[in-house]
Design a binder for this molecule. Structure first.
Ligand code: FES
Length: 188
């Protein structure tokens, strides 16, 4: 036992105790919630190992805790046959209304397109606009001042540009690639 003069005390020895897993970071990987743990074995915090593990251990943060910072993933929006009945539609973001989208259906070619809900001019609600043919291409017409935005690129011919998002139709279901949860119904 460490009882001689100059010997390390028990508290000093304690720092060299068996390593434990410590939460150091969180991430989204392939749509699954994961927690990054590091195993420290010295008080100098030398990281000897790094491991990704599923967030299943007691006390681990839940997926919802990291959801807001997640990488984009496919968000189910609704059934194609139902959504196509409305050409312009608001899609709500769980992160707040400023992140809402407009979902637009081009009945000419049967495609959906998504862009930021609020017009880059003065914030008009594009999802209350209309789809018009403009210079031979489908455009969203803003209901406030009638500026036109290309339904595919989000660009207007006056230099404004909306953020656009990839829409996928798979087995009759519509998805938008986005980093936040989305819904055609408001979040309460
Ligand atoms: S707010 Fe959209 S054109 Fe002015």
């Amino acid at each position: 036992m460490a009882r001689e003069a100059g010997s390390p005390t028990c508290s000093a020895v304690e720092e060299e105790a068996a390593p434990t897993w410590r939460l150091t970071a969180m991430a989204k990987e392939r749509g699954e919630c994961v927690v990054i743990h590091t195993q420290n074995t010295r008080k100098t915090s030398l990281i000897q190992d790094l491991q990704l593990s599923m967030a299943r251990e007691a006390g681990s943060p839940t997926c919802s805790a990291v959801e807001e910072e997640a990488a984009p993933t496919w968000r189910f929006i609704g059934e194609f046959e139902i959504l196509k009945q409305q050409r312009c539609r608001r899609v709500y973001s769980k992160k707040g209304s400023k992140n809402d989208l407009g979902l637009f259906f081009n009945k000419e070619d049967g495609t959906f397109h998504a862009m930021g809900a609020w017009c880059g001019h003065m914030g008009g609600p594009l999802y209350e606009g209309d789809i018009e043919d403009y210079k031979g291409k489908a455009h969203v017409m803003c209901p406030w001042h009638a500026y036109m935005f290309d339904i595919k690129t989000g660009k207007s011919d006056i230099g404004l540009e909306q953020s656009t998002y990839i829409v996928r139709v798979d087995d009759g279901k519509v998805f938008i690639l986005h980093s936040n949860p989305l819904s055609v119904n408001p979040y309460l």
